[in-house]
Design a binder for this molecule. Structure first.
Ligand code: 4AD
Ligand code: MG
Length: 431
């Protein structure tokens, strides 16, 4: 008997095949039992009809528990009413392991219960769709950067550096030394850019965020490209091309997952049109004041400000050149206004806010040395970083995109915790 995966059902219409599946739900209407099945590639329906099977098999079909694993054998038919489009007329069922009292039933559960059972929850439709799209975004990321001549350059996770400030560091012992879990691979990518021209890292980063917001994980994945001989304007172009490429890849390769999520494809298509609008921080502050928001010049934007600004546009928008006081030590000062730095955050529409932070980097040795001191960083740990400004310093720019932030927006989830297999949050290390 030919063994296939549900996702390949379209190539086997009319054939009798065997599939390894789990039961997600069951509905009986007297002479017919509808088994909702999944195999990790898709969800579809198995129809067990009394007229096709033995009484014994009918009895099995009526009583198998949710998440029982089994082999089903049957013929593939079209099923135009379902998201998936195909179903199986079941002829035989061979139970592998009988499951009983599966805790996640088709009824609604509270979020704490679901997070406590995340190891099982990932089998459900929504997490399945979100995490499949996550996989596509990772693949598309590799395709995009390699197509544009970037070298993947891994940054260490143990580090003595704190590029994004000292407030949210995870401290750890490193033999006889103090170390932190990396907040960002950026400083290492800057070294990489001087060796390979265009590089990017893609790995987990860590922030001891004590805040319980919908946007903060303590462990999240970041894509961090860094480009030598590149000013901020060129970097913004790469950023918007990258986002448009990701969105297009999802439209092309994740149609089924988007259907499962009920995500409107036309809305997504609009995000592939470039360029994205650009406004300055100063213009943004004027918009906030005009909109009646109480905001003090010099601060960074929080969720209410970002949502308000993004809502003024129906697409992602770059907010450029923030005050120095709101940003990290390494950004290049604005030659036209010493209080500002050459940077941009990309804000996602539909209420989602910042998904990218980036900047042109300061290139002057003495300026950076002063900044490191001013920001209270341990100068000894940055000697290697300063070397980059001694030996062939060049204009360079880069950015970081939070994978889960991007996904939360694309999938319209409420919280970044839904967009990573096992979220790490202020009060969550289990499972
Ligand atoms: O704006 P951030 O802090 O910038 C940096 O780390 C730079 N060093 C990046 C660079 O230029 N190479 O973080 C970048 C992005 C944010 O825009 C956001 O998408 C995401 O990382 N991010 C988080 N995502 C989830 N949970 C958190 N706690 C996050 N903090 C930042
Ligand atoms: Mg930021």
């Amino acid at each position: 008997m030919k063994q296939i995966h549900i996702a390949d059902a379209k190539d086997h219409v009319g054939e009798t095949v065997k599939i390894g599946v789990w039961l997600t739900d069951r509905r009986s209407s007297g002479k017919i039992v509808f088994l909702q099945l999944r195999d990790g590639t898709a969800f579809f329906q198995g129809v067990v009809n009394q007229k096709n099977v033995s009484a014994k098999l009918m009895d099995v079909a009526k009583h198998i528990g949710q998440e029982t694993s089994m082999w089903v054998t049957g013929t593939i038919d079209e099923d135009k009413r379902s998201h998936f489009g195909y179903e199986m007329q079941v002829k035989d069922i061979d139970v592998i392991q009988k499951a009983e009292n599966y805790p996640i039933t088709p009824k609604d559960h509270g979020i704490d219960f679901l997070l406590d059972h995340r190891h099982l929850w990932i089998r459900s439709r929504r997490p399945f769709a979100v995490l499949k799209i996550r996989d596509e975004v990772k693949r598309a990321t590799y395709r995009f950067f390699h197509k544009h001549g970037f070298v993947q350059f891994d940054a260490p996770i143990f580090t003595a550096n704190a590029p994004e400030g000292t407030t949210h560091l995870f401290h750890t012992e490193y033999f006889d030394h103090d170390a932190y879990l990396s907040q960002s691979g950026q400083l290492y990518e800057e070294a990489g850019a001087e060796a390979f021209g265009r590089v990017y890292s893609f790995g987990p980063t860590f922030r001891a965020e004590k805040s319980k917001t919908r946007r903060h994980l303590t462990e999240f994945w970041m894509i961090e490209p860094e480009m030598a001989f590149c000013h901020q304007d060129q970097s913004l172009k790469i950023q918007e091309q990258y986002i448009a490429y990701l969105v297009q890849s999802i439209i092309d390769n994740c149609q089924y997952e988007l259907k499962l999520l009920g995500r409107n494809v036309d809305t997504l298509k609009a995000y592939t049109k470039l360029p994205y609008p650009r406004i300055t921080y100063n213009e943004a502050v004027k918009m906030l004041h005009k909109g009646g928001l109480d905001f003090k010049w010099g601060n960074g934007f929080g969720s209410p400000e970002e949502s308000f600004l993004a809502d003024q546009y129906k697409r992602p928008v770059f907010v450029m050149n923030y005050p120095k006081s709101a940003k990290p030590f390494y950004m290049k000062p604005d030659p036209d206004d010493d209080k500002l730095v050459i940077c941009a955050d990309l804000l996602a529409p539909e209420g989602y806010g910042e998904i990218i932070g980036g900047s042109e980097r300061a290139t002057d040795y003495n300026y950076l040395k002063k900044q490191i001191k001013k920001y209270g960083l341990n100068e000894k740990s940055y000697d290697w970083y300063l070397d980059l400004r001694k030996y062939g310093s060049v204009p360079h720019s880069g950015f970081g995109m939070g994978l889960e932030r991007f996904l939360t927006w694309i999938t319209l989830e409420d919280h970044v915790r839904e967009c990573i297999p096992f979220p790490r949050l202020l009060n969550r290390l289990h499972p």
